[in-house]
Ligand binder design. Sequence first.
Ligand SMILES: [Zn+2]
Ligand SMILES: [Zn+2]
Length: 148
Amino acid sequence: MRNIYNELLCIKELILKCPVDGSTLHADQAEAHTGYGCKSCKGSWLPKSYIDSIQYTKEFEPQKFFNTLSNSVHATSNSRCPVNCGVLSAITDFNGISYCPSCLGVWFEPKALKKMLENYQTKRENLVVADIPSATIGVFDLLAALLK
Ligand SMILES: [Zn+2]
Ligand SMILES: [Zn+2]
């Protein structure tokens, strides 16, 4: 039986466009989490579900992060949300980061994501590997792949 919901998800993924140059974003998938990278400008688009999952590998509080974004000074950008919700808000306090007020996805210019993650201590070092569910290791490896 055809699953219409899954088909819609596929269509949605196909039309993700880079907010900067309009290139099609490529999914880098690991386990259940997907981030999207632009091969032209090397920017990364991380959906909210992805940002939420960072807390499993970093000393990171997603709620605080989103609060910080929404409380920061915004500048309206000309970039459109890749999911097509509307225009992204550029965060003037954080160079190279924009986010979508509707779907809470975050666009990172190259290096901005790496810089941000460097501010958060890695949890992995302090844990026995067996304590970490494999899905979260996937997220960590995916981040590394996006930052290549
Ligand atoms: Zn791009
Ligand atoms: Zn959006």
